[in-house]
Structures are given as structure tokens and as C-alpha cells.
Design a protein around this ligand. Structure first.
Ligand SMILES: C[C@H](O)[C@@H](O)[C@@H](O)C(=O)CO
Ligand SMILES: [Mn+2]
Length: 594
């Protein structure tokens, strides 16, 4: 029995129906409509949003409508008891702004003011947002485009979109809070992202930092501190279902057959051990390892690997691949979030993508920009279609989830789905299109197995990355685009110039002709580090909303203005240049938990 990925209870959405407090007529006439609005929103959110485990998102509604501060306090108390992580105020009418507001500075919050005119919900919305802004507690404002009749229970499409965008991002922020980032090992090859910034985790994400030395893997392997039954099952499954690819190492650098078998077995043991280190294991408790059984409450982890580990032991690619994928020998399940090279900033970006979509994430090196001319020179062929303006080679690393093969489908198109929608056929199809290649021993003296696949073309995807700048703090970059496929011979020519044992995704950003999105080269040229996290779908809008909750400014994105939703205060920093306003607003309010 393995433990749940998320330890403890999942955050709920707290719904606050606010009302005009005047008794003897006004309040009484509004009670039912207001409470109905809360019930409808709760139903809508639970029907449309799921937690990482496939369960519907839970909503908690305040016991009474909130007409003044006493009822606001009662709602706050209920929310605390019930584990509310996101606050949504709804109202069809005028209410008393600062008296009914939710003053918890850490709960992401939004107000939906019903656009009617018999009773002025939108007037309250404006008044309460002014209050939130004045008090420095950013809140999202939701106001339907078209006037509705009083008592109309429908939630208009534009309001639905905003409710979902806010709720998803709010829940993602709430799920990060209180969890840990577990650094397994330390700094990998001087990669800045693996110099874990504890202030970033604490102040922006409300997370803790945990650290273990990689020697802990050796202890647990040698003393067999893992679920031995699961290990046997995993080994048998891997032997039966995974294909080991060609060993292209030079003869003198090839590992022996015994070493290769031991690397395979160790790769599986490492997978079990890393998961136990992250979330603990009931089995370890049964075995008498109570301390180890607790794990580190880690929602995200990173594995240093290179070099001290990989110079002697198998690399972490197998472990990273399986933990990040939506299935393993136990069947389909939510992915764990594990960053290669302990790149904590990319790990957090992966977690953002995963919490917003419930799908697996692909961690990759942003390896090469191939211009149309360079491709022509090297392959003798033209890039065509979506690839015509050039391509970015996302390559490496272990942490590319197998879902990244693109062998799941909706309406015949390649997609990446939440685990509960993935079919057994799709798992089979995925495995048939992956080889586990023997690592290049020039790089990895200790051997290991890397998943080698090529992502299916034509998937809408988003790449993103958090960077950290001294004096500025965290910054997020986002590029929406598509995967493309090349003709086999072109692919091989380009792939063989690098390390062909690794997974490849050919990525093309959507260009806007401006700034960082002038052309494909400028996207690559503006990338802030060696890694990115790739998510299925165009999720730039959701990432932007989440970043605004955490006060992480976005320095480059190609998301249309109409899809961008940030707290109302952002508009107070200027409406003509939203990017500059975002920087100002994030700086002004500071990280969420500072
Ligand atoms: C084998 C090499 O050290 C790679 O792991 C390296 O290119 C990276 O992935 C750097 O991020
Ligand atoms: Mn890398």
C-alpha cells in the first residue's frame, strides 16, 4: 500500500454569500436569492473541478449570509475548521464593504458581484474591491458582461470562466502551502536552480525545505529499507513491459551484463526509495522503520544525481520518469513531481502546471534552437508547416513523464490526460513507443537507463519556467505553442547530433511578432535557464493567474489580453502596459507569505 501523494486533507473552497444587513425588509427579501447563488456556485465548482486524485473539489458555504462583521468572523471560523484554502464571496446585492470582507491575507480571494440592477451586486463588488485594495489584500473581481434578471440562477459563460480560472489557481496556491520541497542531494553541476532558495519557498509559496544526502539511497538499498514485495512486483513488471534499447557506448566504456542488470534493479529500488522519502510509506512502518515511514511531506522533490551520484551509481532517469508519469507497476495514479538535477525552480514550475491541470509534466533541457537555414544545411530539407519558422529541441532528462509521448488521445488527437481518463490501451501504446536506453557512460559512469521517445506532433502545449533574480525575486516566463514532428530522417539527423538516448520534444512557440515572441529564436534567446517544464494544453492564462496570487511577475508570455485574469488591484498600477503594472503590483504587495 503506497500513501497518497498529498498528505493531509485537501484545501476546500469557502463560499461567502454577503448580503445587505438591514433587517425588516431588505435583508429578508434577499436571503434566499443570496444563499441560492452560493449553492449554485458551489455546485458548479464541484461539478467542474477535480483534485489531483480525481475527486471533485469540495466547497464549504458559510452557515448564514454575511451581513456584517460578526457573521464575517463566524464564516472565517468555520472556514478554518473546515480547512478552507480559497475564499469566494458572492452576492446579488449591495452589502457593506469592509464590514463583510474576508480579511485573511493568505487566502486567495475573489468576489462575484451579480450584474443586475434591481439590486446592485456590482456596486458592492466595486466597493469591496476598493476596500481590499486600500487594505493591501489583493482580490479578483468577477462581474458578468451582460445584465441578468434578479434571481436568475444561471452562471453566465464569462463568469464561469473566471470562477474556474480563479478557483483552479487559488487551489493550486493552497495546495503548495505547508508542503515541502525535498532536495535529494545538493547542487548539480553548479546549476543555479539547484541552489535551493529557501526564502523563495517560504515567502512566495508558504513551503518548507527539506534536505537529504544521497547516501540515504545507499543505506536504504543496502539495508533493504523499501517494500520488498512491491520491488519484486515492479521488477517483474519492468522486465515484462519495458523495452531496453541499444547500448551505443564505445566498447571500452560499455558496462558489463552484470552491471547492467544491477543498474536496472537499482533504478527500480531508487524509484521506491525516492517516493518513500517524499511521502512516506505505511509498509516501512510495518517493517519497523517508523521514522522513515513518515517521509518528508514533499509535494515536490529534486534529485541532484550528477555528479557525485552518477559517477558511481545509475543515474536518476528511470526513477524520475516513473515518478513523474501517470502510471507505474501499480497502475494509473497521480504523478509525483520530481525535478532532474535538483532544479528546484523547474520543480516548482512543474508543480504549478500539474496542480492547474492534474496532468503529468515534462521536464526538459531547452537544448537547441534550430533555424530553418541550419536545418536545411544539416538535413538538406526544409522545415514546413508549423515548424517552418524554426524549432526548439527540448531534450533530456529523466524527468520527462512518459505521458509526454503523446500516446493518449481525445477525438483521435494526441493529448495528455489526468490519470483517471487514461485507458489501459493508452498505457500499452505509450510503453510500446518508449525504449529504456543505456546511459552514455562518458557522462554517467555509473550507468542507468533513460527513457527515449519522441513526442507526437500537433499537441497544444505550454512551456514555462520560474527564474530567480537577486534584488527582484522570482519571475515566471511562459510560451504557449505546439509540438511538431519531423520526418524520420530529419529527426534522426538532428537527434543523433546530441545524445539520442534521451526523450525529444520538438517545440514551436506561437509567435506574436513582438518582443520575446518576434520569432522562434527570440523565445530561445529569452529563456532564463537551461530547463523548462512542459504542460499539455494552452495554460498560460492559468499560470498567469496563479503567478499573480503568489506575486510572481511574468516577464514574457504570448497569452492574448482577453484571457488574462489578475486581481483588480493590478489595474491600479496602470492599464496601458500590463507587464509593467504586473511588476509594480507584485513588488508593492510582496510575496504572499512575506
Ligand atoms: C549529461 C549532461 O550533464 C546533461 O545532464 C546536461 O546537459 C544537463 O542536463 C544540464 O541541465
Ligand atoms: Mn538538465
Amino acid at each position: 500500500m503506497t500513501k497518497e501523494r498529498y498528505i493531509g486533507s485537501l484545501p476546500k473552497i469557502g463560499i461567502r454569500p454577503t448580503i445587505d444587513g438591514r433587517r425588516r425588509g431588505v435583508r429578508e427579501s434577499l436571503e434566499e436569492t443570496t444563499m441560492n447563488m452560493a449553492n449554485n456556485v458551489a455546485k458548479f465548482l464541484s461539478e467542474n473541478l477535480k483534485y489531483y486524485n480525481g475527486e471533485p473539489v469540495a466547497c464549504v458555504i458559510a452557515d448564514t449570509c454575511i451581513g456584517g462583521v460578526a457573521e464575517a468572523a463566524q464564516a472565517a471560523e468555520k472556514f478554518k475548521k473546515e480547512g478552507v484554502g480559497v475564499s469566494l464571496t458572492v452576492t446579488p446585492c449591495w452589502c457593506y464593504g469592509s464590514e463583510t470582507m474576508d480579511t485573511d491575507p493568505h487566502l486567495p480571494k475573489a468576489v462575484w458581484g451579480f450584474n443586475g440592477t434591481e439590486r446592485p451586486g456590482a456596486v458592492y463588488l466595486a466597493a469591496s474591491l476598493a476596500g481590499y485594495n486600500q487594505k493591501g489584500i489583493p482580490a479578483f473581481g468577477i462581474y458578468g458582461h451582460d445584465v441578468q434578471d434578479a434571481g436568475d440562477p444561471t452562471i453566465p459563460k464569462d463568469v464561469q470562466e473566471k470562477l474556474l480560472r480563479f478557483a483552479k489557481a487559488g487551489l493550486a496556491a493552497a495546495m503548495l502551502k505547508g508542503k515541502s520541497y525535498l532536495a535529494m542531494g545538493s547542487v548539480s553541476m553548479g546549476i543555479a536552480g539547484s541552489i535551493v532558495k529557501d526564502d523563495f519557498f517560504q515567502e512566495y509559496l508558504g513551503m518548507r525545505n527539506e534536505y537529504i544526502d544521497m547516501s540515504e539511497f545507499v543505506r536504504r538499498m543496502d539495508l533493504e529499507i523499501y517494500d520488498k514485495e512491491e520491488y519484486e512486483k515492479a521488477l517483474q513488471w519492468a522486465d515484462e513491459n519495458l523495452t531496453i534499447g541499444e547500448d551505443i557506448n564505445k566498447e571500452e566504456f560499455k558496462r558489463t551484463d552484470e552491471e547492467k542488470r544491477s543498474d536496472w534493479e537499482r533504478s527500480i529500488k531508487m524509484t521506491l526509495i525516492a517516493r518513500d522519502l517524499m511521502i512516506g510509506s505505511d509498509k516501512l512502518k510495518e517493517m519497523g522503520f517508523e521514522e522513515e515511514a513518515n517521509g518528508h511531506n514533499a509535494l515536490i522533490a529534486g534529485f541532484q544525481g550528477q555528479r557525485q551520484w552518477t559517477d558511481y551509481f545509475p543515474n536518476g532517469d528511470f526513477m524520475e520518469t516513473f515518478l513523474n508519469s501517470s502510471f507505474d507497476w501499480n497502475g494509473k495514479r497521480a504523478p509525483y513531481i520530481l525535478a532532474t538535477e535538483n532544479d528546484s525552480l523547474n520543480g516548482v514550475t512543474m508543480a504549478m502546471g500539474n496542480l492547474l491541470t492534474n496532468t503529468a509534466q515534462v521536464f526538459a533541457d531547452v537544448r537547441t534552437y534550430w533555424s530553418p537555414d541550419a536545418v536545411k544545411r544539416v538535413t538538406g530539407k526544409e522545415l514546413t508547416g508549423k515548424a517552418a519558422n524554426g524549432i526548439i529541441h527540448l531534450l533530456n532528462s529523466g524527468s520527462a513523464a512518459l505521458d509526454g509521448t503523446g500516446r493518449q488521445q481525445i477525438d483521435g488527437k494526441p493529448v495528455m490526460k489526468p490519470f483517471w481518463d487514461i485507458t489501459d490501451e493508452e498505457v500499452k501504446e505509450t510503453l510500446e513507443n518508449v525504449q529504456f536506453r543505456l546511459a552514455s557512460t562518458e557522462y554517467f559512469r555509473g550507468g542507468g537507463y533513460s527513457s527515449d521517445f519522441t513526442t507526437q506532433g500537433d499537441m497544444p502545449v505550454t512551456i514555462a519556467r520560474i527564474n530567480y533574480v537577486k534584488g527582484l525575486g522570482a519571475v515566471l516566463q511562459i510560451a504557449e505553442g505546439h509540438t511538431v514532428e519531423l520526418e524520420n530522417d530529419m529527426h534522426d539527423t538532428l537527434d543523433l547530433r546530441t545524445d539520442p538516448t534521451w526523450p525529444t520534444t520538438w517545440f514551436v512557440p506561437n509567435l506574436t511578432g513582438k518582443g520575446a515572441f518576434t520569432d522562434v529564436y527570440s523565445v530561445m534567446n529569452n529563456w532564463g535557464a537551461n530547463h523548462c517544464a512542459l504542460s499539455y494544453g494552452h495554460i498560460g492564462d492559468d499560470l498567469i493567474t496563479l503567478a499573480s496570487i503568489l506575486r510572481i511577475p511574468v516577464n514574457m508570455h504570448n497569452v492574448e489580453a482577453s484571457r488574462i485574469f489578475r486581481p483588480s488591484a493590478w489595474n491600479m498600477f496602470g492599464t496601458d502596459q500590463p507587464e509593467a503594472a504586473d511588476y509594480q503590483a507584485c513588488k508593492n504587495f510582496g510575496p504572499l507569505y512575506k
